[in-house]
Design a protein around this ligand. Structure first.
Ligand SMILES: Cc1cc2nc3c(=O)[nH]c(=O)nc-3n(C[C@H](O)[C@H](O)[C@H](O)COP(=O)(O)OP(=O)(O)OC[C@H]3O[C@@H](n4cnc5c(N)ncnc54)[C@H](O)[C@@H]3O)c2cc1C
Length: 460
């Protein structure tokens, strides 16, 4: 069977490897002609214009680690050989501190050396179909490439399957990413990360994050509402540095005796939760994957885990019945309609609730909380907030945030959250009978804004 994979990003490489290992000849077509740098240390300067977020910080969830361990274990070995640190987490989970550029460098190297895969620096212009079945793809120069299976791994801006992606659900993630990469100085100790994979302070009205990476690098990232005018100045280097020194969570990392900046401040907005439903009339043998179908707010760090999971579910569907594209569609489609849709709904609900709280803070209204549990379903954001007040809720939340349990897994903590609320707990407060809280890891938004006023006056 001839396979064409359009797009050589995370999903495309994973799908190509898994399908080639079933014995199918695979052509990976990638429109970014820039070759893989010779060494992984150069990957942080790899020009990947086709992936706008390539140099934004990425967290690796336990689910990505588990998918690779089960389906592409040699990729995990290759990451370890490149010095990517493995991160043990509670519950026996494992993850990695890994730059996106390193992950993709290793995946690309595996594709380039895999027998049966050819990597072609070409852009796919269209999917060719006939009688309800794919026949191949047409390239930008008009040439055609025959295929029995066309995998559209063109990412969030990919257009190939759009004619058949009929119903689109889309809502803003309501967060802007502002980040900068740093390098630890020789001999400097890596501070502890409070969530293992990353360090997080979910402050009132914004969030501060640190992503430890491989190669003794890390990124500091602030996320804010797109319509928070007083925090837009974070994209200016002087203001970003002032914020990084002001917020205790990040100050420890950017202390001049510990690290030096290794990149400009970069900003990414326009982030959305998007889910595209494949039209049942789409030609059989066409399979859009990962970001081409579904994007979720990067704050959750889900994209690469879901990309590899999706690629491997497609490969399993093909292996289950190699000659029957209708069976592939049904099997892979049921994962999309079930688990993938579940993570989309989860992200969308949490984002909407978080944006509501952040806007209330921005507008000077403290969001209410506490008192007796409201009737009806417990909002997911409330369960996440309760993780700091109850170890059993924390366990459920950890498994949820790492995509280990099914998307509705937070419901296992509803009774405990209800009990906390009944005892007078509210988001942002410690357990009713727990120890007093330590010093805050990030100041409330109004204090941050006031603290940045002087830096905002400096020239850009
Ligand atoms: C700011 C930001 C931060 C993020 N942080 C995280 C994180 O912390 N953890 C995490 O797991 N995920 C994160 N993500 C999500 C993650 O980056 C994506 O989910 C992941 O890259 C999706 O992989 P993909 O293969 O579907 O698409 P991509 O990686 O975008 O790859 C698509 C590829 O297809 C190529 N292409 C497109 N069209 C064509 C065509 N017509 N012909 C040939 N080639 C084509 C492109 O050049 C590109 O190489 C983040 C995303 C953003 C925006």
């Amino acid at each position: 069977m001839r396979v064409v994979v359009a797009g050589g990003g995370v999903a495309g490489c994973a799908a190509a490897l898994a399908l080639a290992r079933q014995g199918h000849p695979v052509a990976v077509l990638e429109r970014d002609a820039t070759p893989r740098p010779a060494a992984v240390v150069e990957a942080e300067n790899w020009a990947r214009r086709g992936v706008a977020q390539f140099h934004q910080p990425h967290a690796v969830l336990a689910r990505l680690y588990a998918e690779l361990a089960a389906g592409l274990p040699d990729v995990l070995d290759a990451l370890a050989a490149q010095g990517v640190p493995e991160v043990p987490l509670p519950e026996g989970l494992r993850s990695l501190w890994c730059r996106r550029s390193t992950l993709e460098w290793v995946l690309r190297a595996a594709v380039e050396t895999e027998p049966g895969i050819s990597l072609v620096p070409e852009s796919v212009a269209a999917v060719e179909a006939d009688g309800g079945t794919v026949r191949g793809v047409r390239l930008l120069d008009g040439a055609t490439l025959p295929a029995d299976l066309v995998v559209d791994a063109g990412g969030r801006r990919g257009r190939l399957s759009r004619p058949w992606l009929a119903e689109t659900l889309s809502s803003p993630a309501d967060e802007v990413y502002v980040s900068r990469r740093y390098r630890l100085l020789p001999g400097a100790r890596t501070p502890a990360a409070n969530r293992g994979v990353i360090s997080v302070a979910e402050a009132d009205g914004y969030a501060a994050l640190v992503f430890p990476h491989d190669g003794r690098t890390f990124s500091v990232c602030f996320t804010r509402l797109p319509d928070d005018d007083e925090l837009t100045s974070l994209q200016r280097t002087a203001v970003f540095e002032a914020a990084a020194r002001l917020v205790p969570l990040t100050a420890e990392w950017v202390a001049p005796e510990r690290s030096v900046p290794a990149s400009p401040v970069t900003v990414m907005g326009g982030l959305r939760n998007t889910f595209r439903q494949l039209d049942p009339a789409a030609p059989l043998g066409l399979h859009p994957l990962a970001d081409a179908v579904c994007t979720t707010n990067p704050h959750f760090g889900r994209g690469t885990a879901l990309a590899v999971a999706h690629a491997l579910r497609l490969a399993e569907a093909v292996a289950g019945d190699p000659g029957d594209p209708r069976a592939w569609r049904e099997r892979e489609g049921s994962w999309v309609a079930g688990e993938l849709r579940g993570w989309f709904d989860d992200s969308r609900e949490i984002d909407a609730d978080r944006a509501r709280v952040w806007r209330a803070v921005r507008d000077g209204q403290r969001p209410g909380g506490g008192g007796s549990p409201a009737p009806g379903p417990v909002p997911r954001l409330l369960v996440l907030a309760a993780a700091g007040a109850d170890p059993e809720v924390a366990r459920v939340v950890l498994r949820h945030m790492h995509l280990v349990d099914p998307p509705d897994g937070l419901s296992a903590a509803h009774a405990r959250v209800g009990a906390l609320l009944a005892r007078g707990w509210a988001p942002g407060r410690p357990a009713p009978d727990g120890p007093p809280p330590g010093l805050p890891l990030a100041p409330p938004r109004d204090e941050l804004v006031a603290g940045l006023a002087a830096a905002s006056e400096l020239p850009a």
